[in-house]
Ligand binder design. Structure first.
Ligand code: AMP
Length: 187
């Protein structure tokens, strides 16, 4: 089972991915988590990515596409995976199509989490206090929401045309939203 969790920053993709993967026995691939780990370790990748991340900009396509291409080939992905935070641009979506075609893998669903802007800002500011993420400051948050609208929103249409997009209301309790995912995916 191969899924994409799509939605703006703060939509709950990561939280829902964690709940879902326990149920379905598949893995979560979060480019944000991979990049944050690289920044924390101070690797070459981390050094390249940090500046973009702190400002709320996207890390260049070539970098994240490379990360995904490698990660998807690892053994633990064989049973299935949830992509959380990737793709974020049409360029990335097209590269993903190629990577998956090469491996004869077909995407089953793209789940789009809908959450209004005011709610997203509230959640992201809350997360800044709870998790201390350096990109959850007001300036970066504003930029990330704008970047989502400019670069990532077009993916909704892209996957709608492939007839694999499913919309989910992302407002409610974590359990309520997890139940909505269950109904749509069937697991
Ligand atoms: P996230 O945790 O998914 O919100 O990602 C945090 C930050 O990592 C983003 O604001 C971007 O700077 C970077 N990032 C994560 N995934 C991607 C991606 N697919 N393309 C470009 N940049 C990304």
């Amino acid at each position: 089972m191969q899924l994409i969790f799509l939605g703006p920053p703060g939509a709950g993709k990561g939280t829902q991915a964690k709940i879902f993967l326990e149920r379905a026995g598949i893995v979560q691939i979060s480019t944000g988590d991979i990049l944050r780990a690289a920044v924390a370790k101070g690797t070459e990748l981390g050094l390249q990515a940090k500046g973009f991340m702190d400002k709320g900009e996207l890390v260049p396509d070539s970098i994240v596409i490379g990360i995904i291409e490698q990660r998807i080939q690892e053994d633990d992905c064989k049973k299935g995976f949830i992509l959380d935070g990737f793709p974020r641009t049409i360029e990335q979506a097209k590269a993903l199509d190629e990577i998956l075609t090469k491996q004869s893998i077909q995407l089953e669903h793209v789940i789009n989490f809908n959450v209004p802007d005011e709610e997203l800002v509230k959640r992201l500011l809350g997360r800044a206090t709870a998790e201390g993420r350096s990109d959850d400051n007001p300036e970066s948050i504003k930029n990330r929401l704008q970047v989502f609208k400019d670069k990532t929103q077009p993916l909704i249409r892209y996957y709608e045309e492939k007839k694999i997009l499913r919309h989910i209301d992302g407002v409610g309790s974590t359990t309520e939203i997890a139940d909505r995912v269950k109904i749509v995916v069937g697991v």
